[in-house]
Each structure stands twice: as structure tokens, then as C-alpha cells.
Design a protein around this ligand. Structure first.
Ligand SMILES: [Zn+2]
Length: 436
């Protein structure tokens, strides 16, 4: 990799520049769209933004990256995924369409327990090999940072195996990976018979599994699936207080299907994010708006499950909360690798503005991972995590929904997705000259 790179010929440079923290409320409307600006990168960091002619003088030795008239912006930050799993669960898609509910699908051997059985049976090497092409696909749509949770193991050995795979992915492929321990994803079958067994499982998470995770230094955050029928708010609080004490940052799966006070719990624990929130209460919205906890919405999940309900992005932003969008990439409820498609859903289903959706997938995603001082904006001093799209106007990114528009991405100046030249979907047709 050369010491310096110079990105030139971008029609628009979307910087998202501003304070190195989550943007809330009206702050989410400013994306800093510059016309015809060039970006210089030195030693993996953004060093200068300005006119190409000025930068060419200052960086004579730099390798030139010709953006070919595309839109250059911060690499997308996907702050909520379950990207390390074994087999896919496509059978359940049409079972749901046929009217089977979660319980009926579980009785036929499906659901999250199917992923758990499958995960436990696979070796670390195999799980790594399965994840690698999936991460390559994620990168090809413009994602440069990916949070990945454990949670399909549900035994100490299998959760450590999951985090080891996530760690190896972080070392050996180009995406920036943030590991989260989600040992409390579900109560395994073998602990569901009675309350005593259930308590034994929660105790073991706190007394046995958490210390091993912390000792090995393989997770940055702890997360709990707080939802009626899964972990109660009391159990969630116990697990996350222990995790906080052990030095991990906190995240929560909160208020996805029923409001149970998950959002308020996230705020009271000082969690960095509360995720899902499709069923969050008015009190939950108010609590989030007054806090530094990022409200992370996962519209792909609700769409794929065929639900008409979505997270209340409009109410959250209008109340002054910081909203992030994420893919929730997982084999059961959101098997998409296309992060710009989530941005489309942000606009069309969650009624966010283009600017709000862009901030939600960059700066606020970074804030939801504690990385708002490092990535998520194109500004001097920040890591050169960039994505280039073959469009003339940033508004086209959520517009051509489902299309792969990313033609290059970089993490700290190193390629994530190879730079390619592709014809634009909005290529201008020849001028029509009126006859006569
Ligand atoms: Zn999740």
C-alpha cells in the first residue's frame, strides 16, 4: 500500500463531518455534501480535503484513485449483525408465508434453536470458511465496519468458539470487525424445563462464561436478547451489570415485538445502544431521546418477517434521539448482505429523510460501536474508511433499491472491495434534438 492516496473526480463527496459523537434529532439532517472535492489519505488517515489541483501539488507522490464521477462517502458502518452462523434457514421463509408462527416453526425443527444445533456441530475452521464469502458480499455493497455477535453456541465452549471465529475474521479479511458477546441470545432447550434450570443458565453466564470471555479479551460489548419469552428485564439487568463491571460496553435487543421496558433499561444501564425497538413505548422513546444511548433500528428484519410494524424512527428523531440503522444480518430473520437496501427501507418504511438515513448508516452506526472518533465521517484525522458508489447524486443510493452500486471501498486506506469501473444506471441518454 502506498503511503498516500488521492481520491479525485468524485461528483459529490459526502463527508458527514461534524462532532465525533452520535448526531441526534435535527443534527441528523446535515451530511456535508461537497461538489468536486478531492480527498488525500496519508498512512491510512484522511489528511486533507480540497480542490484536486491543490491536493495534487501537496501530494505529488500519491497514488491516484479516479472516482470516475461517482459519489464518495464514509464506508458504511453496520452495527448489528449475527454474521457468523452455519446453515441458512430458507425453509422457514415460506413456512411463515403459509401462516406458521414462531412456535410452529420451532416444532418443525426450525428457528434459532436450529441454528444452535447446527452451530454446535461445526468446527471453528468450517464456521470461518462459511463466514468469509458472506463478509465479502457484505463488503461489495459498501460496508466497511461490521459488528458481529456470538449467540448460536449457548454453551461456554461454543460461545468462545464463535468469538474465536469472529476474532480470526477481524485479523484475516479486510472489513473492520467489532466482536460482541451474546451468550444470552436464547435460553437453550436443556435449561427450559423449569425456573430453577433457567436460573442455573443465567448464573453460569455470569459466573462462568463472562469471566472466560473477558479473560481472553475477545469481545468489546455484551448484549442480551431482552424480550418477553426470552430474557426478562431482571435477568438482562443482572447479566449486563456483571458485564459492565467486567469492563465490557453494553448493548440490548430491546422491545422488538412487545414493549417490556427494554429501552428504559438500556438507558438506565448506560448502554451504548438499544436495538430493534419496533414495539418501543412512548416512555421508551422519551428515555432514549434524553440519553446518549443510540436507538438502532433494523427495518430489514420486520420487512422479511412480513410485519407491517416498523421502529418509530420519525418519533425518535423528532424527540431528539440518535438513530442508527443496521442490517441484523442473520440466517433466520434478515438474510441480506445489502446495507444500502436498509437505507432504502429507512426512507420508504421509516419515513427518514435521505440525510437522516445516511447519518444513521455512518456516524451513528460508528457511535453505536464506540467508534465515532475514528470512523463514520470523511474529515482530517479520521481513519480513511471510504465507499465509492457509481451514482451522480447521493439520493440515488437508496433509490436504485437492491442494486449493487458500490464500486470500491477502503478501510484505513486499504481496499475492502476492489475498485472497479461500472456504467451508471443513471447514465445520461444522448440529447434529443428536436426536429425542424
Ligand atoms: Zn440481533
Amino acid at each position: 500500500m502506498p503511503d498516500s492516496l488521492l481520491f479525485i473526480n468524485a461528483t459529490q463527496l459526502v463527508t458527514c463531518a461534524g462532532p465525533p459523537r452520535a448526531r441526534r434529532g435535527k443534527e441528523m439532517s446535515d451530511i456535508g455534501n461537497l461538489k468536486n472535492a478531492a480527498v488525500a489519505v496519508s498512512d491510512g488517515r484522511i489528511s486533507m480535503i480540497g480542490a484536486a489541483s491543490d491536493l495534487k501539488n501537496a501530494y505529488g507522490d500519491a497514488e491516484i484513485v479516479d472516482c470516475n464521477g461517482g459519489v464518495l462517502m464514509p464506508g458504511l458502518v453496520d452495527s448489528h449483525t449475527h454474521a457468523v452462523f452455519g446453515k441458512a434457514r430458507f425453509e422457514e421463509h415460506e413456512q411463515r408465508a403459509a401462516g406458521l408462527d414462531y412456535m410452529a416453526i420451532a416444532e418443525r425443527g426450525g428457528g434459532v434453536h436450529a441454528s444452535v444445533r447446527d452451530f454446535r456441530a461445526r468446527a471453528e475452521k468450517e464456521l470461518y470458511a462459511l463466514a468469509l464469502p458472506r463478509l465479502r458480499e457484505l463488503a461489495s455493497y459498501g460496508t466497511t465496519t461490521l459488528e458481529i455477535k456470538s449467540g448460536y453456541g449457548l454453551t461456554t465452549a461454543d460461545e468462545l468458539k464463535a468469538l474465536a471465529v469472529i476474532g480470526r475474521l477481524g485479523e484475516r479479511q479486510p472489513l473492520r470487525i467489532v466482536p460482541t458477546w451474546l451468550g444470552a441470545h436464547e435460553i437453550p432447550h436443556e435449561y427450559r424445563s423449569d425456573e430453577m434450570r433457567r436460573a442455573t443458565f443465567v448464573d453460569a453466564l455470569i459466573d462462568e462464561q463472562l469471566p472466560k470471555v473477558v479473560e481472553q479479551g475477545i469481545a468489546r460489548f455484551a448484549d442480551v436478547f431482552c424480550e418477553p419469552g426470552v430474557f426478562t428485564t431482571d435477568e438482562t439487568r443482572r447479566i449486563l451489570e456483571a458485564a459492565r463491571k467486567a469492563g465490557l460496553g453494553l448493548k440490548l435487543h430491546a422491545d422488538e415485538l412487545k414493549p417490556s421496558g427494554g429501552a428504559q433499561l438500556a438507558v438506565s444501564l448506560g448502554a451504548i445502544s438499544a436495538d430493534h425497538l419496533a414495539a418501543v413505548s412512548k416512555q421508551g422513546i422519551d428515555a432514549l431521546a434524553k440519553s446518549d444511548t443510540v436507538a438502532t433500528l433494523l427495518p430489514g428484519t420486520m420487512l422479511f418477517l412480513g410485519k407491517s410494524k416498523q421502529g418509530p424512527a420519525r418519533e425518535l428523531i423528532d424527540a431528539g434521539a440518535a438513530v442508527a440503522l443496521a442490517s441484523d444480518f442473520n440466517p433466520g430473520t434478515s438474510p441480506t448482505v445489502n446495507f444500502p437496501l436498509i437505507m432504502t427501507l429507512g426512507v420508504s418504511q421509516l419515513r427518514m429523510s435521505l440525510a437522516e438515513a445516511v447519518i444513521a448508516c455512518t456516524v451513528n452506526g460508528a457511535a453505536a460501536l464506540g467508534l465515532a472518533g475514528e470512523i463514520g465521517q470523511v474529515a482530517p484525522g479520521f481513519s480513511a474508511d471510504l465507499a465509492l458508489f457509481s451514482i451522480d447524486d447521493i439520493r440515488e443510493l437508496p433509490y436504485w433499491y437492491g442494486a449493487r452500486l458500490c464500486v470500491g471501498s477502503w478501510k484505513a486506506g486499504a481496499p475492502c472491495h476492489p475498485h472497479e469501473i461500472v456504467t451508471k444506471l443513471n447514465a445520461r441518454p444522448p440529447e434529443v434534438v428536436p426536429a425542424g
